[in-house]
Design a protein around this ligand. Structure first.
Ligand SMILES: NC(=O)c1ccc[n+]([C@@H]2O[C@H](COP(=O)([O-])OP(=O)(O)OC[C@H]3O[C@@H](n4cnc5c(N)ncnc54)[C@H](OP(=O)(O)O)[C@@H]3O)[C@@H](O)[C@H]2O)c1
Length: 238
């Protein structure tokens, strides 16, 4: 059975870009009230405008425990919270500066923990985390991402027991065309996307909407909890 998101409040942390923005749009399109949260006003304000449907936005930094605590100190109880916020660096463990590796874990893993700890979510509502297919499909130069994503998948299952009756799920995306890849030179990024697409059973790179659809499904499915869904174009089986 699926329930409606009409008039439900869906908070998307990391909703100013990529998977979070697509999720915010999908939830707003399903009738939800959608506040988004992120660090940078210059990204968040245009994102709010582009979502429409009376979306709103507020600042938060998930690497800062006080910021997360203050964000949730309004007395509001949320129907659904999504954490797609993260800023992580990619590279081999052997050459990555330890401070960068620490920052990556602090952002993506501990950021999710901070939100889980402080977010007041109603009984039967949901928390959705975003991990990544590298959790189970490692690749050279991506060991840190594998570790962070595997930790998030384990966190999801554990939190589903600790936070019940709040439901906790995670999606593990494959390679998705989002601004996350914008730091690569355009030609390199296009070549990488082409290479990855050619190797995937799905025959293409993922789009943010491919992941947003699953996140909305988690929110609207009262029986879904402790679930990790990988949507990677078949990367895990290729
Ligand atoms: N794209 C992919 O191929 C892919 C694949 C697998 C997994 N993932 C995972 O999916 C998640 C979302 O990725 P994306 O591709 O949507 O990335 P994105 O387009 O770069 O968006 C990241 C979002 O997180 C926010 N953010 C970053 N650090 C934050 C912080 N400390 N506090 C609050 N907000 C913060 C950013 O806004 P501000 O900069 O304004 O704070 C932005 O809204 C990440 O965990 C990523 O690892 C992505």
């Amino acid at each position: 059975m699926m329930t409606s998101l009409l008039n439900q409040t869906v908070l998307v942390i990391g909703g100013s870009s990529g998977l979070g923005l697509a999720t915010a749009r999908a939830a707003a399109g399903s009738g939800a009230r959608v506040p988004i949260a992120s660090r940078d006003d210059r990204r968040r304000l245009p994102a709010v405008a582009s979502i429409g449907h009376d979306a709103t936005g507020r600042p938060v930094d998930i690497t800062d425990d006080r910021s997360v605590q203050e964000f949730f100190a309004t007395g509001e109880t949320w129907d659904h919270v999504v954490v797609s916020a993260a800023a992580t660096r990619i590279g081999p463990i052997a050459t990555m500066p330890p401070a960068d590796a620490y920052d990556a874990v602090n952002s993506k893993f501990w950021g999710a923990v901070r939100v889980a700890r402080h977010a007041p979510i109603r009984a039967g509502g949901s928390l959705t985390l975003v991990a990544g297919y590298l959790a189970t499909r490692p690749a050279p130069g991506r060991a840190l991402q594998s570790a962070i994503n595997a930790a998030l998948e384990g966190l999801t299952r554990g939190l589903a027991l600790e936070l019940k009756p709040v439901r906790v799920n995670a999606v593990s995306p494959g390679t998705i065309d989002t601004p996350l890849w914008q730091s690569m030179p355009d030609a390199d990024r296009a070549a990488m996307f082409e290479r990855v697409a050619a190797a995937l059973p799905a025959g293409r790179i993922g789009q943010p909407e491919d992941i947003a659809g699953q996140i909305v499904l988690f929110m609207a499915t009262p029986f879904a909890t402790g679930t990790v869904v990988t949507i990677d174009g078949g990367a895990s089986i290729a």
